[in-house]
Design a protein around this ligand. Sequence first.
Ligand code: 5AD
Ligand code: SF4
Length: 460
Amino acid sequence: MTKAHIITYGCQMNEYDSHLVESQLVSLGLDMVDNVDAADFVLVNTCAVRGKPVDKVRTVLGDLRKQKHSRGLVVGMMGCLAQLEEGQQIARKFEVDVLLGTGSLLDIGEALSSNGRFWNLAFKDEIHDHIPPPPQGKLQAHLTIMRGCDHHCTYCIVPTTRGPQVSRTPESILRELHMQLEAGVQEVTLLGQNVNAYGIDQGRRVPGIPSFAELLRLVGDTGVKRIKFTTSHPMNFTEDVVLAMRDTPAVCDFIHLPVQSGSSRVLRRMAREYSRETYLGHVETIKKHLPNAVLSTDIIVGFPGETEADFQETLSLYDEVGYDSAFMFIYSARPGTPSYRHFEDLPREVKTERLQRLIEKQKEWSARKNAAYVGRHVEVLLRGDAYDANFLEGHTRGNHPIVVPKAVGATGAGIYTARIEHATPHTMYGKLLGLDGQVLPELPRFNPEAAALSAPLPML
Ligand code: 5AD
Ligand code: SF4
């Protein structure tokens, strides 16, 4: 095998894990290629959080099995689904050669050197201290600060797929961050299932590991320009994190705080360990210290037993908080979770109709919140070309997607200032400003070479 390709589903944790495995493959001498047809080894990094991502994995493994038979493609599967019996059944059906659980990613080398089927589902600690080489030329990087989850939300499969929480030491995190900084990274996103519980594994504070608030300050001291983090759990949310955000200029005023439901009754059935009132108290704390905070959330609609009155509470909570954005999901009954065993699913039509109403609410709020930025100057991190190469795309500090036309002196990735000209519920559109605050002249459209020809102006 010489050429490998990884297909990644699921969350940012999975993207990080794919990067980790990719770095192993490269160090073993394989070339990474950007499509399945050019590869002789394809690894599918899977997600098991809802039924849909599982269906996608079935479809893709079905296609890969054909290539396995037609041209001897070697097929691998890793990630959350791989860790479950459900996933292993799928792997058997589609004749997967290599199967790595969420805790055995470093076995990829052994897997490739074994001729034949190699499956490993053991949980090993060493992943924590294995530092993948930083992504060259990328301004943004993920950094996993902990693995696993100690909560037992009744709908969620993650505690089963990723095991109990294990925090990484600050030394190991900072070592990796320094390598990222040397490679030019300007924005780091700290990742964990529940970053607020960093350093408190299985209910105990781990000696030598600081609190999440202290970690934020340490990360801020490295000089990285922008710090984001996800995901926060309201149960472990504390004011000291908000204060660390306020005091650390690099930390972006952006908080993703999944609420899941606005009804305390449903939250109890979900075993979320907080009530509507506690959640709203956290939001008040955030708004008190960070009046410009951008708030986003996750909401599940149609949890078993959710009544119309419960759902109305979710809608009213949305109005009380005034979220900037939200990820909204229809409840998906996952085998192996407590809610699957104990509760009966609601009819599909009830769930989809509620989702529609929630989406309407989210669009109204996002439109209103985003419109308030029109005319304002914001710092943007542009990753590179947008879909149309005359434009650049990236994110604001508040995590809003933004698109701007290329301008003289600003034709590629970087951190710039933009003036917001127009906003939709999902995306902002702006113009780039020079150091003097004036709009930079736009490059003539449909002439990508102009970028190379234009006289260089000072970049922001
Ligand atoms: N059904 C629907 N959504 C789910 N999530 C987790 N488990 C389920 C499920 N069984 C959502 C939660 C979580 C996000 C990552 O996925 O909102 O915060
Ligand atoms: Fe990420 Fe959860 Fe999906 Fe696993 S199951 S990939 S932790 S979203």
